[in-house]
Design a protein around this ligand. Structure first.
Ligand code: NAI
Length: 265
């Protein structure tokens, strides 16, 4: 894995936990300097501490991605520390339970603010330096909920579907400037976010392991995802290996978006 991101500077939002934290590790192992941004500064600092053990250059930054000036400050801090931004993994996100008739307007607005506007604001913050450099790779985290109908997540699905549309749109706008924009659409990967969603769905009565075992049985490939499944696709999309790909939203989901989502999953 060494050198796939050699000399690159990668900014990762939601780097304090789950998919973002693991992708930070994978990017550092691939040779990148990593800016670990999260609303939870202590969590981002834990990720940075674990990267430092292997000698990687990294920096923790506190950001609420739904806040425009905080997103701008994140990019400015990265540029000040490392002089350039080669890649952005716009990954920070929160759960969003409820149908259109049950979700409150406040919950709807918060999920859209973090999961969709947060991607917009993070991209807007890093794009000027990428455009000036005529080079850059952005990866956003959508979801299979952005590709197929998943029950009872109206705000989350709207935000993630919005991310896939935004990725297509930005790909077209910034291709002439040498900037590529793609999205990953993961299926269920055990992280604190999914445990929180399962709790809200009453899906976890028999315990976390039992809930994930039940979920696994509904994926055509017979298991839920791993952090590597999401991080290694992201690594590919951030690296020059995917240099002729832009505007794509790629499912990494054990085949479930092809076979169809089942109620309860
Ligand atoms: P996680 O809960 O482990 O990590 C999310 C991180 O985002 C946390 O460190 C949290 O502090 C941070 N965060 C939350 N709100 C933020 C904000 N306003 N500004 C900055 N940071 C913020 O969750 P996970 O699973 O790693 O999720 C990462 C992304 O993957 C999210 O966008 C999620 O929607 C998406 N996703 C996750 C799937 C899964 O099964 N785990 C499936 C599909 C998509």
């Amino acid at each position: 894995m060494v050198d796939r991101l050699a000399d690159k500077v990668i900014v990762i939002t939601g780097a304090g936990s789950g998919i973002g934290a693991h992708t930070a590790t994978i990017c550092a192992q691939a040779g990148a300097a990593v800016v670990c941004a999260d609303v939870d500064l202590a969590a981002a600092e834990r990720t940075v501490a674990s990267l430092a053990e292997s000698g990687a250059r990294s920096l923790a930054v506190q950001v609420d991605v739904s806040n425009a000036s905080a997103a701008d400050a994140m990019a400015a801090t990265a540029l000040e520390a490392f002089g350039k931004i080669d890649g952005l993994f716009a990954n920070a996100g929160i759960t969003g339970e409820g149908s259109v008739t049950s979700v409150s307007l406040a919950d709807w607005n918060r999920v859209i603010a973090v999961n969709l506007s947060g991607v917009f604001l993070s991209c807007r913050a890093v794009l000027p330096s990428m455009v000036a450099a005529e080079s850059g790779a952005i990866v956003a985290t959508s979801s299979i909920g952005g590709l197929v109908g998943v029950p009872n997540i109206a705000a989350y699905a709207a935000a993630k579907g919005g991310v896939t549309g935004l990725v297509r749109q930005m790909a077209v706008d910034y291709a002439p400037s040498g900037v590529r924009v793609n999205a990953i659409c993961p299926g269920t990967i055990p992280t604190p976010l999914v445990v929180s969603a399962y709790k809200q769905r009453d899906y976890i009565a028999g315990g976390v392991d039992e809930a994930f075992a039940r979920a696994a049985s509904r994926f055509p490939l017979g298991r839920v995802g791993t952090l590597d499944d999401a991080a290694l696709l992201t690594l590919y999309l951030l690296s020059d290996e995917s240099g002729w790909m832009t505007g794509q939203s790629l499912a990494v989901d054990g085949g479930v978006s092809t076979a169809g989502w089942q109620v309860g999953q």
